[in-house]
Design a protein around this ligand. Structure first.
Ligand code: ATP
Ligand code: MG
Length: 418
């Protein structure tokens, strides 16, 4: 037997309703926030992610599924959704269209990571992208959209943490201070952080190694180094969050895993799924579009991990609404009544009624049992008498109530009782 690749998962038919609930909720948030869907390819030129995600990140350094295609081009399966959306925005000249461009996506993403609960090699993200506004209210709107998504799902005990990582100017000053602080302890840090020290010291705050975490606990805080503009922006974002009644804490350790962030960064974190607690992360990335060859277009967005959300909801007993069951089951006794049952089911479906009939050659008794198992609301058993009369007793499975209905009136009867 051939097994599923490590770090990937099937969504089986009996669980698909959980995904539909998440996707429908995402679409509903998108509708009320006026976000339009963007779909981009699952693979892109590797360079897009090297530039757009950043070559000092774990994603680009360790986690990408990269291969040469038959034409010798370096191709990478998308490890996240933003870079592709940004590329499409630039390539399709959207900066000269209506701004802000407000978009959302639901996409698979691929990262070569060590699989564990809430961490997969193929996972899915719901994300939003708002391009064209540098204003703090755009950051706040994106955060509220994420919050509303989680709230509509019924997710409990998720905390919002925000931070600002400044702009090029203030980050340079901060990096200097951080490096001075870290220098005496550099030999105690992990090799990855020693490398980050030279390339992108801010990333050290994101390290999950205990030794590094101990050292960075007392490190200078970026929020003490923000330039006037960044500090003002950060204050304004907080004022919008407060005005909308959203609780949050400022956490200077939130720096996000991607290189393209500027100013606001945020995470929604849950205690309900252990170490992989971040269900949604986002922020502002004003430099990204330019980095990818576009004009200066400020941007803000987030991505939420769908598998992590499902895991969290399962672990904390948040209910998923079940999907519809068949409205009516048509049982048939012999060849002729089976053909009638078959065509009555077809006619019902034409009217939008979910109808089922037998394909297993089961006895009428076994068909009733099956109808009960699949949760059919009504059962109509067709035999010789019914064919003669052109009418059938329809049984309501919930209470056993029976009603005689002419074949021609079945659809109306079922629709009425829906
Ligand atoms: P983490 O710190 O958990 O590695 P990250 O910073 O790499 O997360 P992002 O790149 O911001 O995560 O992705 C946004 C969201 O996508 C995460 O908050 C998480 O919910 C989800 N996610 C990221 N990587 C994985 C993965 N390997 N498996 C499942 N979900 C993931
Ligand atoms: Mg990661």
């Amino acid at each position: 037997m051939i097994n599923i690749p490590k770090g990937t998962k099937d969504v089986l038919p009996q669980d698909a309703y959980k995904w539909h609930f998440i996707e429908d909720t995402a679409a509903e948030v998108a509708r009320v926030y006026n976000l339009k869907e963007i779909r981009t390819p699952v693979f892109e030129h590797t360079e897009l992610f090297q530039r757009g995600v950043g070559d000092t990140t774990d994603i680009v350094n360790k986690e990408m599924y990269t291969f040469n295609d038959k034409g010798g081009r370096s191709i990478t399966l998308k490890p996240e959704g933003t870079a592709g959306a940004a590329r499409a925005f630039i390539e399709n000249g959207m900066s000269s269209g209506v701004l802000p461009a407000k978009m959302f996506y639901i996409t698979p993403a691929f990262r070569y990571e060590r699989p564990q609960a809430g961490r997969l090699r193929e996972f899915h993200q719901f994300g939003i992208e708002v391009y064209g506004s540098e204003k703090p209210d755009a950051d706040a709107e994106v955060i509220f959209a994420a919050s509303s998504f989680l709230q509509k799902l019924g997710v409990k005990d998720v905390k919002l943490k925000i931070n600002s990582i400044g702009c090029k100017t203030c980050r340079a000053r901060y990096n200097q201070a951080l490096k001075e602080y870290l220098a005496p302890n550099l030999d105690k840090m992990c090799p990855v952080c020693r490398d980050r020290y030279g390339k992108n010291p801010l990333r050290i705050l994101d390290c999950k190694e205990e030794d590094c975490k101990k050292i960075t606990a007392q490190a200078p805080r970026i929020t003490d180094y923000l330039c006037d503009e960044c500090a003002e922006h950060f204050n304004a974002v907080q004022a919008y969050l407060k005005a909308g009644g959203l609780e949050f804490t400022v956490d200077p350790d939130i720096v996000r895993g991607l290189d393209y962030y500027t100013k606001t960064v945020f995470e929604f974190v849950s205690g309900g799924i252990g170490a992989q607690g971040t269900v949604c992360g986002g922020g502002r990335y004003d430099g990204l579009i330019e980095e990818l060859g576009g004009s200066h277009i400020p941007a803000v967005g987030f991505a939420a991990g769908i598998e992590r959300l499902i895991l969290l909801m399962e672990n904390t007993a948040v209910p998923f609404p079940e999907e519809g069951k068949p409205d009516i089951y048509f049982a048939g006794m012999d060849d002729e009544s089976r053909r009638v049952a078959f065509s009555l089911a077809l006619k019902a479906r034409e009217q939008g009624i979910a109808a089922e009939t037998d394909h297993m050659g089961r006895s009428v008794k076994a068909q009733f049992k099956y109808a009960d198992k699949i949760g059919a609301k009504y059962v109509a058993a067709i035999g010789g008498n019914e064919l003669e009369e052109g009418a059938v007793n329809i049984k309501r499975m919930a209470d056993g109530q029976v009603q005689k209905v002419n074949f021609a009136d079945i659809n109306a009867y079922v629709l009425n009782g829906k």
